[in-house]
Design a binder for this molecule. Structure first.
Ligand code: ATP
Ligand code: MG
Length: 437
């Protein structure tokens, strides 16, 4: 027998019942985006490899070791499954001159791919939802994006998510800091791990982001970027802080927050929770005023964030905030197979009125006993059974039997409740009635 085919390690199927949680989260996100005036952008999942190398920077975790890159067999093009989507959004904005008539607020959602060690909250195919404000210099939109995220946590019922912010200043300020940092790290070269030594001259800022516990005291005492910021950068940062204060939003300034991608400047921020172990960053972002130019376009300021949808769902589960599974309004019990040709159009009419109805589907042997049909009706979670019995139908009616109390308590707790008859022609009235309960 052939080997069993399974999904690629670190890439998951999303099936019921979990898929209902995803749809619920997606609906919440879309609703919030509409209220904030962000519009949907969908870019390809495969992009030229050069987009990420140029956009994210060569000396980043993603570009160095996490990308799924391959050569197109037919034309030799170098392609990559997108590991993130800010670079793709900027590419699309440039390609279609989206900013010609002013700035744009955009959002995206979809799968991203990174070759990492799979573990809780870390997958090889994972899903991000991102918001990007293109053409805005801030700091008002920076604050808007952060407030938006807080509104999302509130709407989802999530607690215990904390905001950390920092400013990365502008390139010349980072350069001055970089020099001071390299000098400091060189003076303590014996305490650097292999990765840090490798990055010492290529990307020393990233060393501050190390997860190696034995280097923590070293990086804690390192020269701080904040101390190298000029007046304009400080002013941008302080105005952002003022806007957050005006919303009563609590945050912690974390001078070591640097973010993984090279493209960030000024505001950077992360939303973190202690409830997901070491994969505690649920949402992260910042300003990337240099990226448009770096990608060969006309300079434009921009800011955005991306959240990890798996991590949000895991946190919802941790906090008991996942929604209940959707159930049909009604389940159609059909004692005689001969009635199916009349029943199906009635159910269709009901659905067109907005009612969700599951039909009992039989097989060549018939529809099964009433008892087994009612068992299925109960298991479906439907609040009502529609019974298309011989007698009722001959009189032009269907019987409606409540299976559960209004807005559902336990299964079968009101199965003794009275049946009522409804005329088969009064579909709109049933629909209204079923919706009421
Ligand atoms: P981490 O430090 O956890 O690796 P990151 O800095 O690489 O995160 P970003 O590139 O900023 O993450 O992506 C934004 C968000 O996407 C993260 O905060 C996280 O919630 C989510 N995310 C990133 N990588 C993964 C992954 N491999 N699996 C699941 N979610 C992820
Ligand atoms: Mg990462």
């Amino acid at each position: 027998m052939a080997d069993k085919l399974t999904a690629v390690k670190g890439m998951n199927d999303i099936a019921p019942p979990a898929s209902a949680h995803w749809e619920w989260l997606e609906d919440k996100l879309r609703g919030l985006m509409r209220r904030y005036g962000y519009r949907n952008l969908r870019t390809p999942i495969v992009e030229p490899t050069a987009l990420f190398v140029r956009g994210l920077g060569e000396v980043t975790d993603i570009v160095e070791k996490e990308m799924y890159s391959f050569e197109d067999r037919l034309n030799g093009e170098h392609l990559t499954l997108r590991p993130e989507n800010t670079a793709g959004v900027v590419r699309a904005a440039l390609e279609h001159s989206m900013l010609y008539d002013g700035p744009k607020r955009l959002y995206y959602m979809g799968p991203m791919f990174r070759h990492e060690r799979p573990q809780r909250g870390r997958y090889r195919q994972f899903h991000q939802f991102g918001a990007e404000a293109l053409g805005f210099a801030g700091p008002d939109v920076d604050a808007e994006l952060i407030v938006l995220a807080f509104d999302l946590w509130a709407e989802l019922g999530l607690e215990a998510i904390e905001l950390e912010i920092n400013s990365l200043g502008q390139p010349p300020e980072r350069l001055a800091h970089r020099r001071a940092l390299i000098a400091y790290l060189e003076a303590h070269a014996d305490q650097l791990d292999e990765e840090a030594r490798r990055r010492l001259h290529s990307n020393p800022l990233r060393i501050l982001d190390t997860k190696n516990p034995s280097m923590q005291s070293l990086v804690n005492a390192a020269p701080r970027l904040m101390d190298h910021l000029g007046d304009e950068s400080l002013d941008h940062f302080n105005r952002l802080r003022g806007l957050l204060d005006a919303h009563g939003i609590a945050y912690r300034v974390n001078p070591r927050l640097v973010r993984g991608m090279d493209y960030y400047n000024l505001s950077v921020f992360e939303f973190v929770t202690l409830q997901l172990g070491s994969q505690g960053t649920v949402c992260a972002g910042g300003r990337y005023d240099g990226l448009f130019e770096q990608m060969g376009g006309k300079a434009a300021p921009a800011v955005g964030w991306a959240l990890g949808m798996e991590r949000i769902l895991e946190l919802l589960k941790e906090q008991g905030k996942l929604p209940q599974q959707p159930v049909p309004d009604a389940y159609a019990v059909v004692p005689e197979a001969a009635r199916v040709p009349e029943v199906m159009p009635v159910l269709r009419a009901l659905r067109r009125e907005g009612v969700s109805v599951q039909m009992h589907a039989g097989g060549p042997e018939g529809m099964g006993s009433m008892k087994s049909q009612f068992k299925k009706a109960d298991a479906s979670g439907a609040r009502h059974a529609l019974i298309f019995g011989e007698q009722e139908m001959q009189q032009g009616n269907v019987a409606i039997k409540p299976l559960r109390g209004p807005r559902t308590s336990g299964v079968g707790d009101s199965t003794e409740a009275a049946q009522t008859l409804m005329p088969l022609t009064a579909v709109a009235e049933w629909a209204a009635r079923l919706r009421q309960h």
